[in-house]
Structure formats: structure tokens, C-alpha cells
Design a protein around this ligand. Structure first.
Ligand SMILES: Cc1cc2nc3c(=O)[nH]c(=O)nc-3n(C[C@H](O)[C@H](O)[C@H](O)COP(=O)(O)OP(=O)(O)OC[C@H]3O[C@@H](n4cnc5c(N)ncnc54)[C@H](O)[C@@H]3O)c2cc1C
Length: 397
């Protein structure tokens, strides 16, 4: 069987790992990046913790699997009739079974200026740009920005807002800059923070954020961004540090090949009970129109499900039907404090923070052997002062 997997993220990597346990199966894993990205730790990398927690080279993950061929390419088109993919490199890849797990991309919902005047935290380049900006702006002007603005109070915005204050303090300390009064504004268009979680959780998290000194602004729409700041519900807010954490859209690959897929109202791909979008083409993770897509654990669940079914098909057994499983959600809100929600169970404070640490460890162990997973997990404790040091040297030259 010629199995091709596209996407070196949660869904793609887990599918390849599960299938590769069978040494008779050969797999091509095509990704546009050399690394697997552990998105849940990005907020912590953006606030000075080690990048080792977020980027794991794919060749390290698959070093013991000779039956997985890693290919770096960006897949641009698909032809279902001839069972062929084409990459940006111009190469063609044929398949008998294809798994697509391409994840999402950032969208600005057409808000004027946001793409030019806001920072993101979804890639290593974006995070480097943000950290570089935070450090140089403090070091050069010998003071902090008056308003640091984070747009979007979903999990990423909340995690980042809660961690930003201590990072700014550390930068000030490092450059011997006297800390001036500054505010961290968290702006959300919905009437509450973490709108997908319970109302009780939103209230608790708002209280926690306020206690941490974050200025939470709800029901506020960002209308435009410029070099000097943003317009929020008709009022200007001056800032040179605007961070956009809202807005994800399905990978453009699907729209660019729209005649090959069926879409739901959110632009995700419709799949059948085996997660097929058509004969031999499986779509999983964030791209699949399933109840809990949009979470890493769902992508992992989907990967395990299709890998099991592939094995069943190989052995001639009947295949299973997909069942969506609600994953627990844990959001850290500052040091040693988090919220945990799963069905009706809710935990707040340090017990949830411990669960988050465990969830991270399990997340790494899902893709790495226990020793390596432990190493990556413990890297969270490493603060990246090298980066700050490099900046200082650059300026003193
Ligand atoms: C900042 C942030 C924080 C998050 N925090 C959490 C959290 O705490 N808990 C949680 O459960 N979920 C979290 N998520 C969501 C979670 O990361 C996603 O649900 C998960 O990554 C989905 O897995 P996936 O395989 O569908 O896509 P991804 O993991 O995004 O993988 C997609 C892969 O496809 C590659 N790719 C894309 N296009 C192409 C192409 N055309 N050709 C080749 N390769 C391509 C990409 O480089 C990437 O390697 C977070 C997401 C973000 C952005």
C-alpha cells in the first residue's frame, strides 16, 4: 500500500508513528516544515522560555523508523482521479491512501492594517520578531510601552496576557531599565473571556487576569490598525505592540482545490464515518468537520482512529466508525494557576496547573519516546537569556 501523509503536525506525525509500527508498511510524510510544532507551548516561548518545548525536528521523531520517508515540500494541488499530488517543488507524488492534516492559518478577518501592524505567535519567525521588538523597544527607549495590546481572549490570548507581565519585568531588569507604568490590554469581541468554555470559568479567569494587572476589555471590536495603534469600537488606543491571537482559517490548500472537496459552513472538510473526504483520501485534525476539531487531542484521536482502520483493512477485518470524543481543556493563567474543564468537571488554581503540566508531558510522549519527551518537557524551565544577550551585544557593537 502506498501511503502518503501530508502535514508534519499532530495529526500527520501521530498517524505516521502509529502506522510505522508495522515494518511492512512504507510511508511518505510530506511537510512544508522540518519541525513538528507543539503549539500549546508557543505562548511560553513568546515570553522567554526555551524554544525546545515547541519545535521538535521531524528527523528526531522518526530516527528509529526506516519505513518513514520524510519529504520537505509544500503540497499545492491534488488530482483525485489520477491519485496524484503536486508539490511547490514541481514534484508529483502518487498515493493509494492519502492522509491530509494541514492545520490552520492565521486570518485577520479583513481588518485593515492588522497584517502589517500586529505581531503573531504562530511560528518561530513571528515569535522571534515579537521578542526582538519587546526587547529592543525597551532597551532603546529606556522605558516600557504605555499599552501592550493583545487581541483575542481565547486560550492563546489569555495564556499570553497572563505570562507577558513577568517577561516584561525580566527584560527591564536585564537592561537595567526602570519600569514605568504600563498596562496589558486584553481585547475580546465576545462578552466574556474564553467564550467556548463555561460562564463560571470565564468569570474566574477574568478575576484572575484582573488580579494579575491585565485590563480585560470585553464586547470590543478592533476595527483597524496603524503604525500608532488600533481603533477599538470607535476609539483610538495608542500602542506599538499589538499582538493578534484571534482568527484561524482552514488551510488555503483546500480552497485552492475546491472542486476536490466538500466544505462545511466553517470551511472545514466534510468526512464520512471513516474520515474519508473521498475514496482513498482521509482528512483529519483541524481540517476535518468533526465535533471537537481545533484541538491537538482531537487530531491525535483522529490519527489513532484512521491508523487502526488502515491496519484492519490490511488484515481484512471490518473497519470501525468514527466517534468524536470530547477532550479536556486546560488553560494556564500565569504561574501555577490554570483552569481545567472536562464535561461537568471544573478545577481552578494549582490543581489545574499540575494537570496542565501532566497534559504537556503526555502531549510530548504522544510523539516521542519517554526519555526524549521528558527532556523536552523539562526544557520549559530553561529561560532563553541568550537571545537577550545577543541583542545587547548587537547594540553595544
Ligand atoms: C498558539 C496555539 C496554541 C494552541 N494551544 C492548544 C492547546 O493548549 N491545547 C490543544 O488541544 N490545542 C491547542 N491548539 C490547537 C492545536 O495545536 C491544533 O488543534 C493541532 O495542531 C491540529 O493538528 P493538525 O495535525 O490538524 O495541524 P497542525 O498540527 O497545525 O499540523 C499541520 C502541519 O501541516 C504542515 N502543512 C501545512 N500546509 C502544508 C502543505 N500545503 N504542504 C505540506 N505541509 C503543510 C504544517 O507545517 C504543519 O506541520 C493551539 C493552536 C495554536 C495556534
Amino acid at each position: 500500500m502506498n501511503i502518503v501523509i501530508v502535514g508534519g503536525g499532530f495529526g500527520g506525525v501521530k498517524t505516521a508513528l502509529e502506522l510505522a509500527k508495522n515494518k511492512d508498511v512504507n510511508i511518505k510524510l510530506i511537510s512544508d516544515s522540518d519541525d513538528f510544532c507543539y503549539y500549546p507551548a508557543l505562548y511560553s516561548v513568546a515570553t522567554g522560555h526555551s524554544h525546545l518545548t515547541s519545535w521538535v525536528p521531524l528527523r528526531e521523531i522518526f530516527q528509529n523508523y526506516n519505513n518513514v520517508e520524510l519529504i520537505k515540500d509544500t503540497i499545492t494541488s491534488i488530482d483525485k482521479a489520477t491519485k496524484n499530488l503536486t508539490g511547490q517543488s514541481g514534484k508529483k507524488y502518487d498515493y493509494t491512501k492519502l492522509v491530509l492534516s494541514l492545520g490552520t492559518v492565521t486570518t485577520y478577518f479583513g481588518i485593515e492594517g492588522l497584517d502589517s501592524y500586529s505581531f503573531g505567535i504562530k511560528s518561530v519567525e513571528e515569535i522571534d520578531q515579537l521578542k526582538n521588538h519587546l526587547q529592543t523597544s525597551i532597551a532603546d527607549s529606556q522605558t516600557t510601552e504605555r499599552h501592550y495590546v493583545i487581541i483575542g481572549a481565547g486560550p492563546t490570548g489569555v495564556e499570553l496576557a497572563a505570562a507577558l507581565g513577568s517577561y516584561l519585568n525580566r527584560i527591564c531588569q536585564h537592561y537595567n531599565v526602570k519600569k514605568a507604568d504600563y498596562s496589558i490590554e486584553l481585547i475580546e469581541a465576545a462578552p466574556r473571556v474564553l467564550p467556548r468554555m463555561s460562564e463560571k470559568t470565564s468569570r474566574r479567569v477574568t478575576r484572575r487576569l484582573t488580579k494579575l494587572g491585565i485590563n480585560v476589555q470585553l464586547d470590543k471590536k478592533v476595527e483597524s490598525a496603524s503604525v500608532d495603534g488600533i481603533m477599538v469600537s470607535g476609539k483610538p488606543l495608542k500602542s506599538h505592540t499589538v499582538i493578534w491571537t484571534s482568527g484561524v482559517a482552514s488551510n488555503p490548500f483546500y480552497k485552492n482545490n475546491a472542486d476536490q472537496f466538500e466544505f462545511d459552513e466553517r470551511g472545514r472538510i466534510k468526512v464520512d464515518s471513516q474520515m474519508r473526504s473521498s475514496d482513498g483520501v482521509y482528512v483529519i485534525g483541524d481540517n476535518a468537520s468533526t465535533q471537537y476539531s481545533g484541538l491537538a487531542q482531537t487530531a491525535l484521536h483522529d490519527a489513532v482512529f484512521i491508523a487502526k482502520n488502515f491496519k484492519r483493512q490490511l488484515s481484512g477485518a471490518a473497519v470501525d466508525k468514527y466517534k468524536a470524543v470530547m477532550p479536556p481543556v486546560v488553560v494556564p493563567v500565569g504561574e501555577s494557576w490554570a483552569v481545567f474543564e472536562w464535561h461537568k468537571l471544573r478545577l481552578y488554581g494549582w490543581p489545574a496547573a499540575i494537570l496542565r503540566k501532566l497534559a504537556d508531558f503526555m502531549g510530548y510522549h504522544d510523539i516521542l519516546p519517554i526519555g526524549q519527551a521528558l527532556g523536552v518537557w523539562r526544557a520549559e524551565k530553561i529561560m532563553e537569556d541568550d537571545f537577550v544577550e545577543a541583542n545587547r551585544k548587537k547594540r553595544n557593537r
